[in-house]
Design a protein around this ligand. Structure first.
Ligand SMILES: N[C@@H](CCC(=O)N[C@@H](CS)C(=O)NCC(=O)O)C(=O)O
Length: 210
């Protein structure tokens, strides 16, 4: 199934939150129009944008009458609505729970670690960079061990769990967190990048660890 008209995507090209939602549109091969929100100019705080997302963050999508703010909510919506195969959001309860767990990881340890470290280096966010780097490495150590012997985060095929976690892990060198010590993570990133339809995001300075 495809949307009757292109989905309107309100995003920000250098945001990993925005990238994970945009990546899902590419993976599902859905038509969309990208609209860059002027975060530096404060557009997210104005009344028109707050009507779309009262919390004033990107990404937000408009699919006809349906408005969905929040990156992981967008992943769940797109998979539930447009992925008829059920691959991206498995309905079997144990797998469904595992996917939810990784969505929590994306909004918890990934946000507090690699995402926050990058917010400091790229956008001068008033956060503690050392703390974010420490949290990132603590998470990566556990994540690397969990990935051993696994192709994707839940089962043998990619799900929205992989999409949710991918962007800020791939971007972590931009925040000053090297992926060099984490062989399993680097191999998993490469597997995600090989999924048909994968689209990377523009890098600001530093590329992916080899
Ligand atoms: N929980 C939200 C967080 C999104 C978020 O933090 N977006 C940032 C860009 S990376 C934003 O829009 N910031 C605007 C601001 O803080 O004023 C999601 O997953 O979409």
């Amino acid at each position: 199934m495809k949307p009757a008209k292109p989905i309107l995507f309100h995003g920000f090209k250098l945001s990993g939150h925005s990238h994970r939602a945009e990546l899902m549109l590419h993976l599902l091969d859905l038509p969309f129009t990208f609209r860059e929100v002027d975060l530096a100019g404060g557009e997210q705080n104005g009344a028109p944008f707050r009507k779309l997302n009262p919390l004033g963050t990107v990404p937000v999508i408009e699919d006809g009458e349906v408005v969905v703010p929040d990156s992981v909510a967008i992943l769940a919506y797109l998979a539930a609505k447009y992925d008829e195969s059920g691959q991206w959001l498995p309905r079997e309860p144990a797998k469904f729970a595992q996917v939810q767990r990784w969505l929590s990881v994306a909004q918890g340890p990934v946000f507090n670690g690699p995402c926050s470290a990058r917010l400091v280096t790229l956008f001068k966010a008033p956060l503690d960079h050392n703390r974010a780097v420490t949290l990132a490495n603590a998470f990566f150590k556990v994540f690397d061990a969990e990935l051993a012997g696994r192709r994707f985060l839940v089962g043998e095929r990619p799900t929205i769990a992989d999409v949710a976690v991918y962007s800020y892990v791939a971007l972590s060198p931009e925040g000053g967190v090297s992926l060099e010590p984490y062989k399993e993570i680097r191999a998993w990133l490469r597997r995600v990048e090989e999924v048909p339809g994968f689209a990377s995001m523009p890098r600001s300075k530093v590329g992916l660890a080899a």
